[in-house]
Design a protein around this ligand. Structure first.
Ligand code: AMP
Ligand code: ZN
Ligand code: FE
Ligand code: FE
Length: 279
């Protein structure tokens, strides 16, 4: 039975609670998951407790927003690292910037979308959760402006659309080093998707390996088969772990838990490489 090492809950922009993600994983026949909410570990204690209760393995994780050459790059950090003295302030800075950016996007949108109210958007972000565009999408759905989250990302929330505002995030190489120093393992998330493509020129990848990168997420719905083959070869060449995962977001996206997975032997190796583990 395999593992799903990239999932989101209501601690960021997923729609199911951490405990619900774990229960759904057990129902899906997975042996274990990593909960990897955006820029926060606030859902981890609930997920770890539920994993112990229902008898599946839960590995602590976080999907860290980073930047390389002005482009957004997502980095999965595994292990009990989100409270580390070097990583915690980086995550807090990103969440703070995301909060300001949420307000800016809503202000811009409100000029064209009647009834869009910041207080109603903020009410959709649970306490301790990392805010993101999907929270704005949900309010646009509630107002009847768009039918679902996906539709909101076509125009209103599109990166190349008129309302988009960026948020600040630390450099990818800095974060890779910090995750390694914290005793975790850093894995590039969906490195072959549009937003990750740039970082994977050979020079950048080698630099990241040099500062402690531990793996590449190979099996992911954003990767076609040639991309998966290319990433797997890269992982082998650089002695990186090759993982797979669903990037589950509950009802917010069509990704199904376990649609892509990591084999048990890779999970065992990943866990062994984490010096910092809880659960
Ligand atoms: P943000 O982190 O605020 O920039 O928003 C990006 C998040 O929105 C990612 O975690 C995605 O999972 C989610 N997202 C991106 N595109 C879409 C889409 N077309 N439909 C639903 N969610 C999306
Ligand atoms: Zn997300
Ligand atoms: Fe991502
Ligand atoms: Fe994700």
């Amino acid at each position: 039975m395999p593992y799903d090492l990239h999932t989101h809950s209501t601690a960021s922009d997923g729609t199911t609670s951490p405990a619900e993600v774990v229960r759904a994983a057990a129902l899906a026949g997975l042996r274990g998951i990593a909960l990897t909410d955006h820029d926060t570990g606030s859902g981890l204690s609930e997920a770890l407790a539920e994993g112990a209760r229902v008898g599946i393995e839960v590995l602590s994780g976080v999907e860290i927003s980073t930047t390389t050459n002005g482009r957004s790059v997502h980095l999965l950090g595994y292990g009990d690292i989100t409270g580390h003295e070097l990583l915690a302030p980086l995550l807090a800075g990103t969440v703070d910037s995301r909060e300001h950016r949420l307000r800016s996007i809503v202000e811009r949108l409100a000029q064209d979308v009647p009834g869009l109210d910041l207080a109603n958007v903020l009410a959709r972000v649970p306490a301790g959760a990392t805010p993101g565009r999907p929270h704005i999408a949900d309010e646009l759905v509630a107002l009847g402006v768009v039918p679902d989250r996906d539709a909101a990302f076509v125009h209103h929330l599109a990166e190349d659309g008129p309302y988009y505002v960026r948020y600040r995030a630390p450099r990818t190489d800095t974060v890779v080093g910090v995750v390694a120093a914290a005793g975790g393992v850093a894995v590039l998330a969906h490195p072959g998707s549009r937003s990750g493509a740039d970082v994977l020129d050979d020079e950048e990848l080698e630099r990241l390996v040099g500062v402690g990168l531990g793996g590449l997420e190979v099996e992911h719905r954003d990767h076609d088969q040639p991309t998966r083959d290319r990433l797997r070869r890269l992982a082998q060449r650089h002695d990186l772990l090759a993982t797979g995962a669903s990037d589950f977001h509950g009802a917010g996206k069509s990704n199904r838990l376990g649609e892509n997975t990591t084999p048990a032997e890779v999970f065992t190796e990943l866990r062994a490489r984490c010096r910092a583990v809880t659960g």
